[in-house]
Design a protein around this ligand. Structure first.
Ligand code: RTP
Ligand code: MG
Length: 177
């Protein structure tokens, strides 16, 4: 589960462009003025999974998130390795479905996202619907778009601790401003 500590050249460039374009002084002043007291909305981590991307449903899922009031703090389309998927889903490493799950998650491009809104973690789980789309409520993303239990269109963090781990697993701090 060791991840490379250095950025690849593309991300290095993105980092430099981003830093150069930041109104750093303005941000610092605002942080000092409001940072300690401002009520910030909750953040959660989400993935549009490879089945939904392959089925051309990424746009429709983003529209659902938008309609429900989630702000997209950061988003990145990426094909992840099995090793990265194993680290991400390490909590399930002893489960019988672990190998199939990590094969599936590394089978094609997906969208990694950090989302923000009041009560984001619970509200996203509600909007996603049950893990098995056959049991998901009408109107939920999994009911509308998922293929099956194993290929269920969307991931969402299930608690504040997992949201913090999952956001940090995929995104650097400078991508979350
Ligand atoms: P996710 O983490 O992907 O958002 O899904 P979840 O919380 O609703 O479900 P979780 O229990 O965390 O399981 C992770 C993924 O593993 C697959 N799974 N297969 N064959 C099975 O019994 C089984 N159980 C879970 C699902 O694709 C689930 O999304
Ligand atoms: Mg889960």
């Amino acid at each position: 589960m060791d991840r490379p500590r250095t950025l690849d050249p593309r991300r290095e460039r993105a980092f430099q462009n981003r830093v150069e374009s930041l109104p750093l002084q303005w941000n610092t002043e605002r942080f000092l003025r409001e940072g300690a007291t401002r009520k910030v909305p909750e953040r959660t981590f989400s993935i549009i999974k490879p089945d939904a991307v392959a089925d051309g449903l990424a746009g429709a899922i983003l529209a659902e998130l938008d309609k429900a009031g989630f702000r997209i703090v950061s988003i990145r389309r990426e094909s992840i390795t099995k090793h990265e998927a194993e680290g991400f889903y390490a909590v399930h490493s002893s489960k019988p479905f672990f190998s199939g799950l990590t094969d599936f998650m590394s089978s094609g491009p997906l969208f990694l996202m950090v989302l923000e809104k009041d009560n984001a973690i619970a509200d996203l789980r509600k909007l996603m619907g049950a893990t098995n789309p056959a049991n998901a409520e009408e109107g939920t993303i999994r009911k509308k778009f998922a293929r099956s239990l194993g290929e269920n269109a969307i991931h969402g963090s299930d608690a504040p601790e997992t949201a913090a781990f999952e956001i940090a697993y995929w995104f650097a701090g400078y991508e979350l401003i």
